[in-house]
Design a protein around this ligand. Structure first.
Ligand SMILES: O=c1ccn([C@@H]2O[C@H](COP(=O)(O)O)[C@@H](O)[C@H]2O)c(=O)[nH]1
Length: 234
């Protein structure tokens, strides 16, 4: 797999037409993320479009509900044959276990990899302590959420690049780490609070990087994508 194949680009656009324009403008992107904005507006038909183009799909719906409900959502999502699917680790042990079991019972070996959000990359240590009232240091909290996911049978987690090295060393080489919150030095951080450059994130142990606006909001998305691939390779 080339470096470029380890970059997942989010389709954070309001309509399916916008998404198709982006997909067709970036033929070199092999892995796309469909998140809440597009899925809520357009439903699952974008997934068929991506399949037709033989793209890998990260369905980032970030399930967060009681065990019975997340298990049902996973059974429904299993039909789409996507590669990655997200759930919040804060669903708790029973929710995570029931979701993972529901996926595997429905889709067997074809089941998407269910990965747990440890702590959104838009949150800072201050947000964790003062707004969420969680009295634990942020790196420790992210690690505990990843371990909860692993103990619950999930194959991986979503974390910021800041926590990737620690999660990699504790959770092991087989545990999938997907990192959003990635910003080339020449791009704006926007709402991301725990960002690192693509090269730093890969070095820290990420398997995949999710990089959106630095590519999709660029005047030349293809050139931005190439520049990022070259920077990681260098
Ligand atoms: O903790 C998380 C979990 C998911 N995301 C998603 O990744 C992309 C990042 O896009 P950028 O434009 O590169 O900021 C976006 O779709 C988020 O929903 C995240 O950022 N952090």
């Amino acid at each position: 797999m080339s470096i470029c194949d380890r970059i997942i680009v989010p389709l954070d656009v309001p309509t399916q037409a916008d998404a198709l324009t982006l997909i067709d403008a970036l033929p070199e992107v092999s892995f796309w993320k469909v998140g809440l904005e597009l899925f809520v507006s357009s439903g699952p038909s974008i997934l068929s479009e991506l399949k037709t183009r033989q793209k890998r799909i990260f369905l980032d719906l970030k399930f967060h509900d009681i065990p019975n409900t997340v298990a049902g959502a996973c059974r429904s999502a299993a039909q789409y044959q996507v590669d990655l699917l997200t759930i919040h680790a804060t669903c708790g042990r029973r929710g995570l276990k029931d979701a993972q079991t529901a996926l595997v019972e429905t889709a067997g070996e074809q089941a998407p990899k269910l990965i747990a959000i440890t702590l959104l990359t838009s949150l800072s240590s201050r947000d964790l302590a003062f707004d969420l009232k969680i009295p634990v240091e942020l790196p420790e909290y992210a690690l505990e959420m990843a371990l909860l996911a692993k103990e619950s049978g999930l194959p991986g987690a979503v974390c910021s690049p800041h926590e990737a090295a620690q999660l990699r060393s504790v959770c092991g080489s087989e545990f999938l780490l997907v990192c959003p919150g990635v910003r080339p030095a020449w791009s704006e951080a926007g709402d991301q609070r725990r960002a690192m450059t693509p090269g730093e994130a890969m070095k820290a142990g990420a398997d995949y990087l999710v990089i959106g606006r630095p590519i999709t909001a660029s005047e030349d998305p293809g050139a931005a994508f190439q520049r990022i691939c070259e920077e990681i390779e260098a």
